[in-house]
Ligand binder design. Structure first.
Ligand code: GLV
Length: 309
């Protein structure tokens, strides 16, 4: 019985160590140094190589190392019937809360204008000096709820939009059964995308949605790159429908050096760094789920494969 870690894009020594400290009697192996695939009962996975998930005959559980799970669900080698879990953690939420608050404040306090003015040694107070902001949170899951609450506490108006009806949010949430997405867009001027990547959310950030937003709105995409129709964003910025976009995720990552987003004055690019899993925190959830698996207890943060998150 062993745990395998397949995360080729980062150093997972702290994760291995922290899991090992919690479950000292179970070996924790890091890909590509997995001596015996048949002993691995649980995998922790992020950006896995092609076909690897099919190579573990006794797999009983797969955990994503992040909040997202589409890298698992879209992998044809993921064995059927093996449960999937993900990381939901206050540290991950706090990081996302701060990233989105900073983006909202940057737009609200017009810091993009100041950066431009400073490059020209220009002393000018923009009019109005602060943009009025009403934030819409598209996707009210664990991160969406955390971000919406944080912005509300920072004094911003917040409205959420969700596929299903949500109870227990401290800000109002419209659901897709009762309101059209375009009706929601008309109520807000800062759109924060925190949706999971499913077949229903791909391409959702498109011209029809941008047209429904008030002129001069702002887009913050911290969901997934495939949710944005990139050419529609460029057009909406050109037309003035959108004034600013803060993008952390892209259709192709790393963003190719020739991509127009890099040099666009109204686009602020971050390298998928809004909220990166803390390995110590993740180890607690992973070790806990491993124990639950052994005891046949319900798993934490289990993913519904049919729904896609
Ligand atoms: C990051 O994008 C994550 O899914 O945790």
């Amino acid at each position: 019985m062993a745990i395998g870690i397949i995360v080729p894009d980062r150093d997972t020594t702290p994760l291995k160590q922290a899991i090992q400290n919690k479950i000292p009697d179970v070996p924790v192996w890091v890909y590509p140094s997995i001596p015996d695939n048949s002993k691995v009962e649980m995998l922790v996975v992020w950006k896995q190589p092609k076909a690897i998930l099919g190579a573990f005959p006794n797999l009983k559980l797969v955990s994503s190392l992040g909040a997202g799970v589409e890298h698992l669900l879209h992998d044809p080698h993921l064995p059927k019937g093996v449960p999937i879990t993900r990381i939901v953690d206050p540290q991950l939420s706090l990081s996302m809360q701060r990233h989105v608050l900073l983006s909202v404040l940057h737009f609200h306090k017009r810091w993009g204008d100041y950066a431009l003015q400073q490059s020209r040694q220009q002393w000018r107070v923009p009019q109005p000096p602060e943009r009025k902001v009403r934030v819409g949170i598209l996707g009210v899951g664990a991160l969406g709820q955390a971000v919406g609450s944080y912005l509300l506490q920072a004094g911003f108006d917040v409205l959420g939009y969700s596929r299903t009806r949500k109870a227990q949010t401290i800000f109002p949430v419209w659901d897709a059964q009762s309101h059209a997405l375009t009706a929601f867009a008309k109520q807000i001027n800062v759109l924060v995308c925190l949706l999971p990547n499913t077949s229903q959310t791909q391409g959702i950030l498109s011209a029809s949605l941008f047209q429904a937003l008030p002129v001069g709105s702002c887009l913050i995409n911290v969901g997934r790159g495939v949710q944005l129709v990139e050419s529609d964003l460029l057009q909406a910025l050109e037309q003035g429908q959108l004034a600013q976009a803060y993008l952390d995720v892209f259709e192709q990552e790393p963003l190719p050096s020739s991509h127009p987003f890099w040099r666009h004055p109204q686009i602020f690019v971050t390298p998928h760094s809004a909220s990166i899993t803390d390995q110590q925190q993740a180890a607690k959830i992973i070790a806990d789920n491993f124990r639950r698996l052994q005891l046949g207890q319900p798993l934490l943060f289990a993913v519904d494969r049919a729904v896609g998150y």
